[in-house]
Design a protein around this ligand. Structure first.
Ligand code: HEC
Length: 115
């Protein structure tokens, strides 16, 4: 592979990745914080997950992963009785807002930051 081609390819991949990251996080984290406080943090906060291995850590997870999970619980593609009940009343924008807020929180997960 020529050096120029390889540099161009790397730049294209980097641009594509950051465009994708922006495209997927179309949520409002301020609104997401309110929704999380009202509906999610009793199970997904630091205190809630301490010593409880049934409730996963989602703080700091990628927004698109969180959004996809919430959509999958709603569609039934991901089958979990607890989470199905949680997402039932959420609009797509609610899910985006929640994904946006949770992805910005510091938590116990290690997810490499995007450039
Ligand atoms: C009563 C406790 C409880 C509440 C409240 C709750 N969750 Fe969950 N959540 C769970 C459990 C249990 C799982 C694991 C389900 C599974 O095995 O798929 C889970 C899984 C998830 C996952 C997938 C995590 C992963 O690593 O794949 C996401 C995302 C999530 N919850 C988001 C939310 C959001 C957003 C809310 C608020 C709207 C919420 N949860 C409210 C208990 C809860």
């Amino acid at each position: 592979m020529s050096r120029l081609f390889s540099i161009t390819l790397s730049a294209a991949i980097a641009l594509g990745a950051s465009a994708a990251a922006q495209a997927v996080d179309r949520g409002d984290p301020t609104r997401g914080a309110e929704l999380a406080e009202a509906q999610c943090l009793q199970c997904h906060s630091a205190d809630a997950i301490r010593g409880n291995r049934e409730w996963p850590e989602i703080r700091g997870q990628y927004a698109e992963y969180l959004l996809q999970s919430l959509r999958d619980y709603k569609s039934g593609r991901r089958d979990n009785a607890i989470m199905r009940g949680q997402v039932e009343g959420l609009s797509l924008q609610d899910k985006r807002d929640l994904a946006s807020w949770f992805s910005r929180q510091e938590g116990g997960l290690y997810t490499p930051r995007r450039p």
